[in-house]
Design a protein around this ligand. Structure first.
Ligand code: FAD
Length: 569
């Protein structure tokens, strides 16, 4: 089918669906609201909605007080107060609330956001005057492990990755792909991607999930010999359209594939993930953790790209940029040992722009002799500054949970719950030199507010068709400006300065010819979202119409306005 015909086909299907949705919500509105309340205004409809919510019965509980936590996130810059927080105990609690909000139809403004661990940066898990579903309350199912050729664990989507790590290590079978910080939920990271230094082997976390259970805002499915909920009459016809609100759907690469792909990297737009089946692999016990410096970006990038493209390589490859730091290597010594202490002492990092390669090799102690040889061979192929090689031996748990160690220290100093104006970019390999020259040559002169990560990933191993948007090149770089703003500072580590620097970086990065994409994207206008999705916008939009046409879900992403998916047609 040529693209024009495809679009016409989509539009026809969409229009048919919208008419059904409209009739449905109109009918429900009349039944639940208008007929009982003939003079209902939007305000009265909202208050009726809230009082009805209070009367609903859940296996968990709904609360209308002490909601402040749901109006906060790690970014600590957006505070949107919800009207209620649902603490679900079962999937049917989630299904009931979605069905209820959906049935309010177009006349209500009520929206619903799933909240994982609230570690978003710009209010993405918040819902102003809406209902926040606190996913961590959902403990259904209990973690359940399965061995065999393709081992996996079934977990609730509200589970924290750190808990999965500890439980899975009791069986020697942890997940294959991680994020740098594990106090995040399964549903939260799968709604983005879950990218880290392990992606070179296994792709991001959205690659390492076999199956999901999702509660959709709305779904239409082709079915036979069933009642249609809209037409309310039985039929023996095959291929009749069935529609449901708050439907619980199992999806995978083989079953309800479109929904599966939609929710992976889907920014919470298409349904609430309630359960995930996550791929596992045999656990290593120990890790050799290595850092080495480069003063030349081309050499650094060539080595990083070499490491992510070869089969026999390290198990983790990341890196970071060092701008204008003094005494750097001395700081490392608390956890790393220099390979050549005398020459390391002579190295002076002052004022230089440096690039640090951070790599890790997993092993089990029985293989210890070989592992050192293997690492020496791999390192001999790299061109880092020889005096700057530092190594550490840590347990597998310790390297994975490394950011939590910093969290504990920062909390003690009152520096964890500060604003975090982070900026994450995916830069195509073909533009990385231009990006580094402009951004680190002209825009960013100092980075005292936090680390800047930089490492390439290889897209050829990534699942295609998901909602995640990446650059077109097969290899692209994750560049993460992980700033913390000091609350009272008016200097370079203050919020104003960091935001203005981010704005300059973004205004350069958004030049269309560069093909740079935001990760954990944040935009203000629909045009910007369309530009972000590019040719994938049509699919994203079509999926929104299929699974959440009244735009009830994840309003904090600010992609669609309530009812907008319908209204725009
Ligand atoms: P939340 O912030 O609660 O939710 C995020 C979005 O997903 C919201 O739109 C929410 O509505 C939606 N959502 C949440 N749960 C569900 C669900 N069950 N179903 C449907 N939608 C849902 N990311 C990486 O990829 N790699 C990293 O290395 C990495 N490191 C990080 C380190 C730190 C210290 C922090 C704070 C974040 C890091 N992140 C990283 C980003 C992180 O993956 C995202 O911020 C993620 O959204 C946080 O997960 P959460 O469980 O707190 O989700």
């Amino acid at each position: 089918m040529v693209f024009g015909e495809y679009l016409t086909f989509i539009r026809q299907k969409t229009r048919a669906l919208l008419i059904l949705v409209f009739l449905h919500s109109f009918m429900i509105n009349r039944i639940y609201l208008s007929s009982n309340h003939p003079f209902a205004t939007p305000q009265t409809i909202e208050s009726i909605a809230h009082s009805s919510l209070a009367e609903m019965r859940f296996e968990g509980r709904i609360s209308f007080e002490n909601l402040e936590f749901a109006a906060r996130d790690f970014g600590n810059r957006y505070h949107l107060m919800p009207s209620a927080v649902l603490h679900p105990k079962s999937v049917s609690d989630i299904s009931s609330i979605l069905r209820y909000v959906y049935d309010l139809g177009l006349s209500s403004e009520l929206k619903v956001a799933a909240r994982g661990h609230g570690h978003s940066l710009e209010g993405q898990a918040q819902a102003y005057r809406g209902v926040v579903i606190s996913m961590e309350s959902l403990r259904d199912p209990e973690m359940s492990f399965h061995g065999g050729k393709h081992p996996y664990v079934d977990v609730s989507a509200g589970e924290l990755w750190i808990n999965i790590l500890h439980e899975s290590l009791k069986r020697g079978l942890p997940p294959r792909s991680w994020t740098d910080y594990l106090h995040l939920t399964v549903g939260g990271t799968l709604s983005n991607a879950g990218i880290s230094g392990q992606a070179l082997r296994h792709g991001p976390q959205i690659n390492n999930v076999y199956q999901l259970q999702v509660v959709t805002g709305y779904i239409t499915i082709t079915c036979s010999k069933m009642h249609t909920k809209i037409l309310r009459r039985p039929s023996n016809n095959l291929n009749l359209l069935c529609a449901g609100r708050g439907e619980v759907v199992t999806c995978s690469d083989k079953q309800n594939t479109d929904l599966f792909h939609a929710v992976l990297g889907g920014l919470g737009q298409f349904g609430i993930i309630t359960q995930a089946r996550i791929a596992l692999e045999p656990a290593p016990k120990m890790v050799k953790w290595i850092r080495a410096l480069y003063s030349d970006f081309s050499t650094f990038a060539r080595d990083q790209e070499h490491l992510i493209s070869s089969n026999n390589s390290f198990d983790y490859v990341e890196g970071f940029i060092i701008i204008n730091r003094t005494g750097l290597l001395n700081n490392w010594r608390s956890s790393f040992s220099p390979k050549d202490p005398i020459r390391a002492d002579q190295f002076n990092s002052d004022g230089k722009l440096l690039f640090c390669l951070e790599i890790a090799k997993y092993y089990n102690p029985r293989e210890s002799d070989n592992i050192d040889q293997d690492i020496d061979t791999l390192l001999s192929e790299l061109s880092y500054i020889r005096s700057t090689l530092f190594m550490s031996e840590v347990s597998y748990v310790n390297i994975l949970d490394r950011v939590h160690v910093s969290e504990v220290k920062l909390r003690e100093e009152g520096l964890w719950e500060v604003p975090h104006p982070w900026l994450n970019l995916l830069v195509p390999r073909s533009r990385i030199h231009e990006f580094v020259a402009e951004v680190f040559g002209n825009i960013v002169k100092d980075m005292s507010s936090g680390p800047v990560l930089i490492y390439p990933v290889n897209k050829t191993r990534w699942r295609s068709g998901t909602s995640l948007i990446t650059p077109d090149d097969d290899v692209f770089y994750m560049i993460a400006f992980l700033s913390s703003a000091m609350p009272s500072s008016t200097g370079k580590d203050g919020l104003k300065h960091i935001l203005s620097q981010n704005k300059k970086i973004l205004s350069f990065s958004q030049r269309p010819y560069l093909g740079i994409k935001q990760y954990l994207p944040h935009y203000s206008t629909e045009e910007e979202w369309e530009a972000h999705f590019g040719p994938h916008w049509e699919v994203f939009y079509r999926r929104k119409l299929s699974y959440d046409p009244l735009a009830i879900l994840a309003p904090g992403q600010r992609i669609f306005r309530r009812g907008i998916a319908y209204v725009q047609q």
